[in-house]
Write a protein that binds this ligand. Structure first.
Ligand SMILES: Cc1cc2nc3c(=O)[nH]c(=O)nc-3n(C[C@H](O)[C@H](O)[C@H](O)COP(=O)(O)OP(=O)(O)OC[C@H]3O[C@@H](n4cnc5c(N)ncnc54)[C@H](O)[C@@H]3O)c2cc1C
Length: 480
């Protein structure tokens, strides 16, 4: 019997596991299936640049079917797992859920935005975890410039030109700075809007931003943002966002039509329906070999990696609590090792331990602006920006995608930033529907004869006949 390997989630960790298994396993050694509701893996570090229009949305994702040639891809959600029976419930968009049997389980379902029950956030804010969110944010900001440009000064105009980002981690700062950079280039296209008209606010509950870089580098980033009139509110919490009215713990309040939530992630809650052991933060507990572990006991034939997993960090610079932090650096490397370890297990060999020392961090903060940190070396500015583009351009999986991303950057350099927004894509049938000719409702056709009752039409005819007769009589009398 061929071993059936089921990979739940084709993001960073899942995609690299599948890619690795394709390279390592011989034909017929195992059947690999990836299940993901999305047909692509998302290169999330590029989401801020997609939101800013420096990278085309489709170029920041990698097609699973195109690049996983020997892997079966199922576009559906895994909604439950019974690891004792070794079956996963697959829920496709259409049709009934069905069970899929497996021999080895790889759980790589990632993380989702973590929010708090702050009034209004669930109703008006948008996250920055998916390509659709990034594309929608870009469309919204550009569309708001067009709407505001024809309004007189006043609260509605200010609301349209106010951007709020909640969360000063890497993702939050990058999207904040990239959008500020986009706004600067939009100003050139909208003569009625000036720098003084646009307002950018970043809300961070802690006393500093970007814990991944040194305090000194973080302070430089804040100073540079403030110099670009993008305000960073430290030690500040969002209290309410009802109807876009932002209320801060400092008492400050303003309105915004674009509130982006980036204040943390949590392990995908789908793991609660797997019966697998979880830690207090809802992550699947793992050994350094990426095998799922229950206390000290290995859960046979179950593996995990990436943001969904609590993998012990045994490097010299361990993450908080001694676990790997949720980032792509770990997810990619864990995915590659996971493929080797699953293959080793199938061949009766021992799995290897995961150990990876933090490689540092690079951030893109708008065109020509960036931040770099490796050990004690940290700097900001154009060199850091080049390091960001160089590192991530090459880290993008598959040459086909790398070339598209570099092509976007070259295009932007030569032709300028693309300012076209396609917000109407969200309601594509609107125009067609407005002018579309429809058959008359069947009820009208039946009622038509009834709707002209004799009582209404006959008197009219009788009146006409009477008037004609009277006119003829009058004519005859005149002649006589
Ligand atoms: C804006 C932003 C910027 C970032 N920048 C950096 C950076 O510069 N450097 C860095 O190291 N990290 C960065 N990260 C973090 C990094 O992207 C993540 O840590 C990484 O994607 C985690 O990989 P993963 O495979 O665990 O999860 P993901 O890549 O999120 O993949 C999870 C997959 O599981 C799928 N899935 C979800 N639910 C189900 C289900 N029920 N059934 C089946 N499949 C499911 C999802 O569709 C997804 O494809 C950034 C993240 C964001 C949001």
């Amino acid at each position: 019997m061929t071993t059936r390997i089921l990979i739940v989630g084709g993001g960073y960790a899942g995609f690299y596991t599948a890619l690795g298994l394709e390279k390592i396993l011989g034909r017929g050694e195992a059947e690999v299936t990836v299940v993901d509701p999305l047909p692509y893996m998302t290169y999330q570090p590029f989401l801020p640049e997609v939101a800013a229009g420096s990278i085309e949305a489709r170029h920041a994702v990698v097609s699973l079917r195109k690049h996983l040639k020997r892997t079966a891809v199922i576009t559906a959600r895994v909604t439950a797992i019974d690891h004792t029976a070794k079956t996963a419930t697959i829920s496709p968009e259409d049709g009934e859920p069905f069970d899929l049997e497996y021999d080895e389980l790889v759980l790589t379902a990632g993380a989702v935005s973590r929010t708090f029950p702050i009034p209004g956030v669930a109703d008006v804010a948008i996250g920055m975890k998916t390509i659709e969110e990034a594309a929608a944010v870009r469309d919204r900001l550009i569309a708001n410039f067009a709407r505001a440009s024809v309004l007189p000064e006043g609260p509605e105009r200010t609301r349209l030109l106010t951007v709020v980002v909640v969360g000063g981690g890497f993702a939050g700062i990058e999207v904040f700075a990239e959008l500020r950079s986009l706004a600067t280039s939009l100003i050139e296209l909208y003569p009625s809007i000036t720098m003084d008209d646009i307002h950018f606010h970043l809300i961070e509950a802690m006393g500093r931003i970007m814990p991944e870089v040194s305090l000194e580098t973080a302070k430089k980033v804040v100073a540079q943002l403030e110099a670009r009139e993008a305000h960073v509110h430290l030690d500040t919490q969002l209290k309410s966002a009802v109807d876009g009215i932002v209320e801060l713990s400092t008492g400050e309040t303003f309105e915004s039509d674009l509130i982006i939530w980036t204040a943390g992630v949590m392990a995908n809650p789908m793991v609660r329906k797997t019966g697998l052991p979880l830690d207090e933060r809802g992550r699947v507990t793992a050994k350094t070999t990426l095998q799922v572990v229950d206390g000290d006991e290995i859960v046979a034939n179950a593996w995990t990696a990436g943001d969904v997993a609590a993998v012990p960090d045994v490097s010299k610079t361990p993450g908080p609590g001694g676990f790997c932090v949720p980032n792509a650096q770990h997810a990619v490397r864990q995915g590659k090792l996971l493929a080797k370890n699953v293959a080793a297990a199938l061949r009766g060999e021992a799995p290897r331990e995961y150990i990876h020392a933090n490689q540092g961090a690079v951030a893109g903060l708008g065109l020509g602006q960036g931040a770099f940190q490796k050990g004690k070396i940290g700097f900001t500015g154009p060199l850091a920006w080049l390091a960001h583009r160089g590192y991530h351009g090459l880290a993008m999986p598959m040459w086909e995608r790398k070339l598209r991303v570099f092509g976007d950057w070259m295009g932007g350099f030569v032709l300028g930033r693309d300012d076209v927004q396609l917000a109407m894509r969200e309601t594509p049938r609107e125009v067609f529907e407005e002018f579309a000719s429809r058959p008359k409702p069947a009820s009208d056709a039946v009622e038509a004869p009834k709707a002209a009752p004799i009582a209404d039409t006959q008197p009219a005819k009788a009146e006409e006949q009477k008037a004609a007769a009277e006119a003829a009589d009058e004519k005859a009398a005149t002649k006589a």
